[in-house]
Ligand binder design. Structure first.
Ligand code: DMJ
Length: 673
């Protein structure tokens, strides 16, 4: 501040004098306030001196200027608004991938007209506008925030973390606010094309501890109760005759061992959590704590133990927040790592988890393509949770390598890959069934898991679906069912594994995440086919493999079954896809189809003394020929997807927050960087 005293002491300046008075000085001197009043009075005198005409002209000019001001202000507002809108829209970048149309925010594809171009699979039933009274429309949320239901389940199981949850919920609310635009639309936080960094510094928390809210629980309905009853029945058999072993043999009241690691128990952990079976869960937890030891001289299959054991432990850790499961996951994850020590870094199929050695099958040095490319969700998540990058690095290298390989046919991959050369082998055979299936599933799911940034994965997925349309889609007679066949050295075979029925669900998930609506139409056509693989069979249960009729023949259905293929292993794929279809469309027919399937499992595969059994003959209702084995995926996948299918609670494993691994274990979608 330049005081009056200082001004007096300074040498005089003619051209410019600056004096600043403090308010007290100014008021005391009667300066500022008095001169303002004086100016007001002098203006009034001047106005009075004007003639009446002069005053009228001035008043008119003021009024005119005021009106002009108001008009120009409102008309300038519109272009400004639309420029602002446009620039927000323009921020949404679209990867340049043929056939890819990213809807952003990711919502259901717009309902199509019945006569819309149906591409390679004409005469599909017109898509009804989705009835979604219960589905909250909105963008795909990239935040790792547990579903309300998960959080509620968590609270039910363990109330000790309530405070932490509230703090987390508050944090999240703030994060969410930061991405809400002034229009109320959510803007994607980051559309960078960089894949998520492999360098992982901070270990992450389980998703279950992050939030809770006040929403009332959605009551469990009759059909869900029937699933709980089925689960309890299966669990009773396992508990009574196979406790701690891999699989129940319900007829002989015994068990079978594959890896000797309590496979069914681990596979079923998160199902029990989701179904709310607290007692059963606690009992199983005790077994994991006291009896599950991986320090065993045993060969395990890398893929199977990753998807069932590592995946099961990781998802249970996320749902329960119990660090026991993470510790066990770390242990098995580390023990599986020797599989990646190969000349090509394409992992061997088998690992001895006690000795730390790995090897290919005895008869070949090949691995199966689906196996080496369907372990990524689990190992990537293990890196994120532990802060140790080695797991993610190993599996990312496999994907990067497969991305560059020749031998694909319009994105379709052969079934084998050599662990020495790193090249595909047995070229020329393409299927979406056994040995290739989950390669396609994991392309999409890794892209979703990583926050939709890893464009190579998306490119490979989009190309592969185009390849499916070009080479593998056909229609059967007489019902004109769209199905996915196989290609062997240029020859099309109308054979479809039940395993392929994962595809409608995966396509629907892609469409939900902003991929082309065309994928949703294909999903609708294919799920109808998968349902018909059950409905056209005498027991109402699908065989392992069907052959479709390409030509109409009197008295023949679309589906033909060869004697060697007529078994049913209690597989989940159709029910899995029904779950996705119901979630995304709200069409109750999908629930009804699933209900029919559950009833037929009860009718033909339920063993009165406990458990369910796979059967050898789906064509013989009077003797379906029980095989005396309950696969672990019946509890891990089939019954879990049934329960979720019958639920109207989209927050019961919210698909914008979790991605299911190929064994139905939900893992969180990562928070974008
Ligand atoms: C499961 O182990 C997995 O779903 C895998 O991807 C395929 N086979 C079974 C279920 O059919």
């Amino acid at each position: 501040m330049y005081s009056a005293a200082a001004a007096a002491a300074s040498p005089p300046r003619r051209d410019f004098i600056s004096i600043t008075l403090s308010p007290e000085e100014a008021v005391g001197a009667g300066g500022y306030n008095n001169s303002k009043a004086w100016r007001r009075r002098s203006c009034w005198r001047k106005w009075k001196q004007l003639s009446r005409l002069q005053r009228s002209v001035i008043l008119f000019l003021f009024a005119f200027l005021a009106v002009c001001g108001v008009i120009s202000y409102t008309s300038m507002g519109e272009p400004w608004k639309s420029v602002t809108n446009k620039s927000l829209d323009d921020q949404r970048t679209e990867p340049e991938i043929p056939g890819l149309k990213l809807a952003n925010p990711a919502v259901l594809p717009a309902p199509q007209k019945a006569d819309a171009n149906l591409g390679n699979y004409p005469e599909l039933s017109p898509q009804k506008p989705p009835k979604l009274p219960h589905v909250r429309r909105g963008p795909s949320n990239l935040q790792i925030k547990p579903s309300r239901r998960d959080a509620r389940l968590k609270t039910r199981h363990d109330s000790s973390r309530v405070v932490e949850e509230v703090v987390q919920a508050d944090k999240e609310e703030k994060t969410e606010k930061s991405v809400i635009s002034w229009r109320g639309a959510v803007i994607e936080p980051d559309q960078s094309t960089e894949p998520p960094s492999i360098k992982i510094k901070e270990p992450e928390k389980p998703s279950s501890v992050e939030a809770e809210d006040q929403k009332e629980p959605v009551p469990i309905n009759e059909r869900q109760l029937a699933v709980i009853e089925a689960f309890r029945h299966a669990w009773k058999g396992y508990k009574d005759f196979a406790w701690g072993h891999d699989e129940l043999k319900p007829l002989s009241k015994s068990y079978s061992e594959w890896f000797g690691l309590g496979l069914t128990l681990i596979d079923a952990l998160d199902t029990m959590w989701i179904l709310g079976l607290k007692e059963e869960f606690e009992e199983a937890r005790k077994w994991v704590a006291n009896d599950l030891l991986f320090d065993k001289n045993v060969d395990v299959n890398l893929f199977e133990s990753t998807i069932r054991i590592l995946g099961g432990l990781l998802s249970t850790y996320h749902l329960s927040g119990d660090s026991l499961f993470l510790e066990k996951a770390k242990d098995i994850g580390n023990r599986l790592m020797p599989a990646f020590k190969t000349p090509s870094k394409i992992p061997y199929s088998d690992v001895n988890i006690g000795r730390g050695t790995a090897h290919p099958p005895r008869w070949t040095s090949d691995s199966t393509v689906a196996e080496v490319t369907s372990i990524q969700l689990e190992f990537r998540e293990l890196s994120r949770l532990t802060g140790d990058e080695k797991f993610q690095k190993a599996v990312d290298e496999v994907m990067k390598h497969v991305h560059t390989l020749s031998g694909k046919n319009d994105g379709l991959v052969p079934m084998f890959i050599n662990t020495n050369s790193g090249q595909f082998t047995h070229l020329g055979v393409y299927t979406l069934g056994a040995r290739a299936d989950s390669y396609y599933e994991y392309l999409l799911k890794q892209w979703i898991q990583g926050g939709k940034k890893e464009n190579e994965l998306l490119e490979d997925y989009m190309r592969a679906i185009e390849g499916v349309k070009k080479h593998l889609l056909q229609r059967s007679q007489p019902k004109k069912l769209t199905f996915v066949g196989e290609l062997a050295h240029g020859h099309f075979s109308a054979k479809m594994d039940h395993l392929v029925c994962f595809l409608p669900g995966t396509l629907a998930l892609g469409a939900h995440n902003g991929l082309t609506a065309d994928h949703m139409k294909l999903a609708e056509a294919l799920i109808e086919t998968c349902y018909q693989m059950y409905a056209q069979v005498e027991t109402g249960l699908s065989p392992e493999i069907v052959h479709f009729n390409l030509h109409a023949q009197k008295g023949h259905k679309d589906v033909e079954i060869k004697p060697a293929d007529r078994h049913n292993l209690l597989r989940p794929e159709t029910v899995e896809s029904l779950f996705y279809m119901y979630r995304f469309t709200g069409d109750k027919k999908y629930q009804d189809w699933g209900w029919e399937i559950l009833q037929n499992f009860n009718k033909y595969t339920r063993v009165p003394t406990g458990g369910y059994t796979s059967i050898n003959n789906v064509q013989n209702p009077s003797n379906p020929e029980p095989r005396d084995k309950m696969e672990s995926f019946f509890l891990g996948e089939t019954l879990k997807y049934m329960f979720l299918l019958f639920s109207d609670d989209i927050d019961l494993i919210n698909l914008d927050k979790y991605v299911f691994n190929t064994e139905a274990h939900p893992l969180p979608i990562w928070v974008p960087a």
